[in-house]
Design a protein around this ligand. Structure first.
Ligand SMILES: Nc1ncnc2c1ncn2[C@@H]1O[C@H](COP(=O)(O)OP(=O)(O)OP(=O)(O)O)[C@@H](O)[C@H]1O
Ligand SMILES: [Mg+2]
Length: 227
């Protein structure tokens, strides 16, 4: 951590959906450009932490800082701007829009952020090149490609606005073991190439071996020691 600038900081954060918190007093520091894995069994609170880090779920105590800003104090419009421009998301299921081709799906967040169509499509093509999606596959809709290709397009979509952080929530949950390894590695490489910070939640310990830090979510707490 020394020498690296902090990008995300959770300070005694508590997250929950009702009166009983799911996670209590979570303190995590994520350095800019680093990779953090959150490992833990189903229901332990991994997605909850990602939602808290991305400002989608408020902390009832403590604070969540992104780039020094307290997310809990931002106006909804400011938070939405961060989500569009600074955060990229990859989920267990790609969430690509069925009516659009892969390349149009990848270009969409750039269009929403104000890029012109040709520019957005050009950037989408370049990212799909990087991620090894062949040209004839890009013009197909999600239903007409393999799960691994679809998930790679989801990685490209998460990267198109050059986010500061990529939040990946079980990004390989719908893939077989071989494709999981491929997509997991692509995500790490793509984040590194783009200088993005990567926070990935998974229960697959094999996927996160090369990560800068690994934390374990267990019994309403987050620790750096394997439970
Ligand atoms: N919207 C919600 N409303 C109420 N409780 C919720 C909600 N979302 C999650 N929970 C509860 O919060 C706890 C943590 O859930 P979370 O989704 O963060 O777990 P997870 O570690 O991501 O699990 P998985 O590996 O299955 O995705 C669980 O007990 C879950 O039932
Ligand atoms: Mg989850």
């Amino acid at each position: 951590m020394r020498g690296r600038v902090e990008l995300i900081r959770l300070e005694n954060a508590c997250f929950g959906y009702g009166s009983e918190p799911v996670l209590k007093n979570v303190s995590i520091s994520v350095a800019r450009g680093s990779s953090l894995a959150l490992l833990g069994p189903s229901g332990s609170g991994k997605s909850t932490i990602l939602a808290g880090m991305a400002g989608m779920l408020a902390s009832s105590h403590g604070q969540v800082l992104f780039d020094g800003k307290n997310l809990g104090r931002l106006r909804p419009a400011e938070l939405a701007e961060h989500r569009l421009r600074d955060f990229g998301f990859v989920f267990q299921r790609s969430g690509l829009l069925e009516e659009l081709s892969l390349v149009e799906n990848v270009a969409l967040p750039a269009r929403l952020a104000g890029a012109r169509s040709a520019d957005a499509l050009g950037r989408a093509e370049a990212l799909l090149d990087d991620l090894g999606i062949e040209r004839d596959v890009r013009s197909r809709r999600p239903a007409e490609v393999s799960g691994g290709q679809e998930q790679r397009a989801a990685v490209a979509r998460a990267l198109i606005n050059a986010p500061k952080v990529i939040f990946a929530d079980e990004p390989t949950g719908a893939l077989d073991e071989e494709n999981s390894q491929v997509v997991g590695k692509l995500l790490v490489d793509a984040a590194a190439r783009n200088g993005a910070t990567l926070v990935m939640a998974t229960h697959n310990a094999d996927l996160v071996r090369g990560f800068d830090s690994i934390m374990f979510v267990h019994r309403a707490a987050v620790t750096s020691e394997r439970p």
